[in-house]
Every structure is written in C-alpha cells, then in structure tokens.
Design a protein around this ligand. Structure first.
Ligand code: SAM
Length: 286
C-alpha cells in the first residue's frame, strides 16, 4: 500500500471513494508520516498484543498497529469509510474493522470474543475530539483488562488529564484518570499535521493502567460522588461543596474533616489522591 499519511495519496483515495469529511464526527486525518509509527512504537506492541483502535479513518494508524501487533480491532462509526479501509488494509489478515459507535459497543464482550488468545490488550487511537472524555472514562471505568491507552487528544485536555492531583490545573477528569492509571504526555502534535486542520493543537498521551486504588476505596460510587461534588463548585471550600453535593449537614462534614485532620477551608485543587480516598471512605458511613 502506498504511504497513507502522504497528503497526495490521501487525496487520491478520498477522491476515488468520493469521500467528504464530516466535521460532526471529528474527522481530521493525520498527514504527518512521523506520527503514527511513533504512536504505535510507544504503545509497546508485539506478537502477543491485541489492540483496540477507535476511529481508524482511512487506516493510517491501523497500518502501523497491524504491522506490530498480533491482532487489531478497529471501531469506526462512519460506514462510508468501510470500502476505503478494505482497500487500505487489504494486505493484513490480523485486522478486523467493526462498524460501530465506541460509546455504544460492549467492550467486555468484544474482548472476550476477540482477545482470548492475546497476552496484553492496549488501546491506541487518534480520538474524535467531540467525545474525548466519555471515551476515556468508558475505557477506564469498564475495568477491561487493558494494559495501557495511547491516545491523541486536544492539547488542553492532555494538560488537564496530566496536571497532577492536588494542583491548580486539576479537575474532575484529572482525579478520575489518576484513580485508574498513571497518565503522561508523550509528545505534542501541531494542528497543521491534520487534514482538515482543526482549530486546536493536540498531544499524544499514555495512560498506564493500575488497579491499586480500587483496593483502598470502600465504595467507588461514593468516591466519584465526592470528586464530582468538590469540582462542580471548585471555588467553594470543600466544607460547602461536600455538604451540598452529598446532601449532608455541614456539622457532619466538619466532623469528618476534623477526624481526617483536613482544614475546612481547603478547595478541590488542594486535595491529594490519598485525601480524596480517605474523605470518600469516611463519607461512606453516612
Ligand atoms: N485514525 C485516523 C487518523 O489518525 O487519521 C482518523 C482519526 S479522526 C480524528 C477520528 C475518527 O473517529 C474518524 O474516522 C471518525 O469517523 C471516527 N469516529 C467518530 N465518532 C466515532 C464513534 N462514536 N465511534 C467510532 N468511531 C468514531
């Protein structure tokens, strides 16, 4: 197959299939030939790895994944891309393209059906940006036997996710991602590396999945309720935001904070992961 990230080849294929980009499906295809091999390399694939790719587009990243992994399952919502992908991936017998919505597909079932003969499963994707957070949350909350997630996301989202819990830049998604994984930014990507060029720059991030925290947390539902409550009103003190979010009297929250040695004037951005966990565990009794 001709080089798929060469802009002239992409234009040729798209013209042949009379393909028009859909802005609402987040269709910005990579045209810098260095990016996909780098993403595939940093996903640490080998002959025992299964890969889930979200949104293959015309298959530029899929090609690099298929060269390195045992099996690739690519989930693409846009059926107009299926004939394109049959053409661009014809040489690979280890790739299966599923025409489905990543937010609706049952990933647990898919993994059971497709990946019982692989040692590790990783996700590698240039994500459609209109659903970045829901996709990441679905992958993490699903407890899916994933080893890691390598994903292209908006630069600003990458910075928020990787900000570090307990910093000014942290938010609900920072704590959620850090609860399930160790996130880091791998490399920045310019808006000019895409066709059509999006309005924002991007970055590739890697989330190495851990399962340590679920052992320490008594009730995950309460944990995430605590996190959501304090970030929903991030300018307020945790005394006020928790009382409102958990629907508990301020006296009760004050008692909890006192017991944990936490200042009632702290705000969401001041709390460490350990403090979020102890707070949630203490609130679980009420
Ligand atoms: N992987 C290609 C690349 O790097 O050039 C294309 C990436 S493009 C940013 C996002 C892709 O996700 C598009 O092919 C789009 O059709 C697909 N997509 C959008 N929403 C989706 C969804 N809900 N489920 C699965 N695929 C989706």
């Amino acid at each position: 197959m001709e080089n798929l990230s060469n802009i002239n080849n992409i234009r040729k294929i798209l013209k042949k299939h009379n393909f028009k980009f859909s802005h609402s499906l987040g269709q910005n295809f990579i045209i810098n030939p260095e990016i996909c091999p780098k993403m595939a390399d940093l996903s640490e694939l080998d002959e025992s790895t299964g890969v889930i790719e979200i949104g293959p587009g015309i298959g530029v990243l899929t090609n690099e994944l298929a060269k390195r992994a045992k099996k690739v399952i690519s989930i693409e919502i846009d059926r107009r891309l299926l004939p394109v992908l049959s053409e661009t991936l014809f040489e690979f017998s280890n790739v299966k393209v599923l025409n489905a919505d990543i937010l609706k597909i049952n990933l647990k079932e898919l993994i059971l059906e497709e990946f019982n003969d692989v040692e590790n499963i990783v996700v590698c994707a240039n994500l459609p940006y209109y659903i970045t957070s829901p996709v990441i949350i679905k992958l993490l909350e699903g407890k899916l036997r994933l080893k890691s997630i390598v994903a292209m996301v908006q630069k600003e989202v990458a910075e928020r996710i990787c900000a570090g819990v307990g910093t000014r830049e942290s938010s609900n998604i920072t704590v959620t991602v850090n609860y399930y994984s160790k996130p880091k930014i791998l490399f920045p990507v310019s808006r000019s590396d895409f066709m059509p060029s999006p309005k924002v720059d991007s970055a590739v991030i890697k989330l190495d999945i851990n399962d340590d925290n679920s052992v320490k947390v008594k009730d995950e539902e309460v944990f995430f309720k605590v996190v959501k409550s304090v970030f929903l009103q991030r300018r307020k003190t945790i005394l006020n935001s928790l009382s409102k979010g958990l629907n508990l009297d301020k006296v009760v929250i004050e008692e909890v904070l006192l017991k944990l040695g936490l200042d009632i004037n702290l705000r969401a951005e001041n709390l460490t992961m350990e403090q979020f966990i102890s707070l949630a565990n203490e609130c679980t009794s009420y």
